[in-house]
Design a protein around this ligand. Structure first.
Ligand SMILES: Cc1cc2nc3c(=O)[nH]c(=O)nc-3n(C[C@H](O)[C@H](O)[C@H](O)COP(=O)(O)OP(=O)(O)OC[C@H]3O[C@@H](n4cnc5c(N)ncnc54)[C@H](O)[C@@H]3O)c2cc1C
Length: 423
């Protein structure tokens, strides 16, 4: 394990504001990732006093470690959403999902955030005939929805990715790439400028309702009283909210970055700067990264990795896609947690009035959490459930959750085998 490729750039400083005594505020947010920061920023600008508390440093968890791929929508396309949730909520969900990349790119532009970015779109590349047919259906739905997406044939996907072995794909122009660590730190900077106070390295260990206030206790015995609370702990959820962690399957997403590549080699890879996910059940995703590095990510072992060999499946994938990279050195290896749910959709809960939780963004949290944060705050202020596109559901722990690692490891091994055999 090394530091991520993103932390090579100098990180935006902002003042850490530890809880040194008992305090009160209007809104307490547990978790200083993209969701916590976007919620806090919006709430502070609406005039609330806001405290964000994070067990780690801002940017040290998923929001700062991720692949920086900005992808519209969810696993499901508009037709499925309408069929499943009905005309009104289904259409609202499709519209919300479609809007999430704009939420990121507009925020960066509006706030003049110092975040490297490229809105060149997302390519989903097909590894099999079956996958290509599914991709065509998906692209057609979004084209009918008004998105200027394009179905790619073999020659087009090969030209745009520079990769070997795909049978086609689709290009969704809404997506793109950002530098996620810079994005997260810049969000913290503007949140603080708006009045949010952020306490890093502060774990909340208890949460109780006392009369009309929520009381959050830190691991070192301080308390924070708040009128409302947003739990933005996502895949890093612990026992703070009973049952919450057991509603999620926290998978490990591993990433590698090559040594800096020559301009000649770089010009043959993703020449127009798109980001790519492939259609395998065990997805690999890749893009060009900082300092001329190539980045590739995918599922990793459920155990904490202790040896560089834990990333070797990603090195094989990179070299299979780009034989020209066969001899390049892999200089960075890192990983983080992604929260999956059984229904493959993010979940929003409000176990008691004024305590709101959002989790489970299935590896699409960059756009999703940027767009969702302000909606949660608007909902808390207005109590208008239509502000939140997802249904607010009870916390329902997954049965046999204690055995999740065994089940997930077996499923990953099985799906890898099917992916390998399929063509
Ligand atoms: C390696 C990797 C690659 C990914 N690639 C992409 C991608 O390319 N595109 C994309 O859209 N998404 C991607 N994702 C997913 C994306 O990063 C997440 O969905 C998103 O960052 C979630 O943001 P968040 O604010 O909800 O949670 P997080 O950023 O995970 O923040 C949660 C925070 O809660 C804190 N916390 C937890 N418990 C407590 C507690 N008790 N007290 C105080 N603090 C607590 C944690 O310290 C953490 O900082 C990837 C994720 C990983 C790990």
């Amino acid at each position: 394990m090394t530091a991520s490729a993103w932390t090579e750039a100098p990180s935006t400083p902002f003042p850490n504001d530890p809880l040194t005594q008992n305090e009160s505020c209007d809104l307490a947010i547990v978790g200083g990732g993209i969701l916590g920061l976007c919620s806090g920023l919006h709430a502070a600008r609406e005039g609330l006093s806001v405290r964000i508390v994070d067990a780690a440093s801002v940017g040290d968890r998923a929001s700062g470690l991720n692949g920086g791929q900005v992808i519209a929508g969810f696993k499901y396309d508009p037709g499925w959403l309408v069929a499943h949730f009905g005309e009104k909520r289904g259409a609202a969900l499709a519209q919300f999902g479609a809007s999430t990349p704009d939420a990121v790119f507009d925020l960066i532009a509006r706030e003049k955030l110092d975040v490297p970015r490229q809105a060149s779109g997302w390519i989903q590349a097909a590894h099999s005939d079956v996958a290509m047919r599914a991709i065509e259906q998906r692209a057609k739905q979004w084209i009918a929805y008004g998105v200027p997406a394009k179905i790619l044939n073999v020659a087009e996907v090969t030209r745009l990715t520079g990769a070997r072995g795909y049978l086609g794909g689709w290009h969704d122009p809404r997506g793109g790439a950002i530098q996620p660590f810079a994005y997260t730190r810049e969000l913290a900077r503007i949140a603080v400028a708006a009045g949010v106070r952020i306490a890093e390295h502060t774990r909340i260990t208890r949460l109780n309702r006392e009369n009309s206030a929520w009381v959050l206790q830190t691991a070192d015995g301080k308390s924070l009283r708040a009128k409302s609370v947003i739990i933005a702990t996502n895949a890093y959820a612990d026992g703070l909210v009973p049952g919450l962690a057991r509603t999620l399957l926290p998978l490990h997403s591993f990433q590698i970055a090559t040594e800096p590549l020559s301009d000649e080699v770089l010009s043959t890879i993703l020449p127009e700067g798109q980001v790519v996910s492939d259609s395998r059940r065990i997805v690999v995703y890749y893009r060009k990264g900082p300092n001329g590095r190539m980045l590739l990510g995918g599922r990793g072992s459920m155990a904490e990795p202790t040896d560089p060999k834990a990333w070797s499946h990603l090195e094989h994938a990179l070299k299979r896609l780009y034989p020209a990279l066969a001899d390049v050195a892999i200089e960075k290896r890192w990983y983080g947690r992604v929260a999956m749910t059984l229904d493959h959709l993010p979940h929003v809960h409000e176990p008691e009035p004024g305590l709101i939780i959002a989790a489970g963004c299935q590896g699409r949290g960059v756009g999703l959490m940027t767009a969702l944060g302000p909606r949660l705050v608007d909902y808390l202020a207005s109590r208008d459930a239509e502000r939140i596109p997802f249904p607010i559901t009870p916390i329902r722990p997954i049965p046999f959750h204690a055995f999740r690692n065994i089940g997930i490891s077996a499923a990953i091994a099985w799906y890898r085998l099917v992916d390998m055999l399929e063509r």
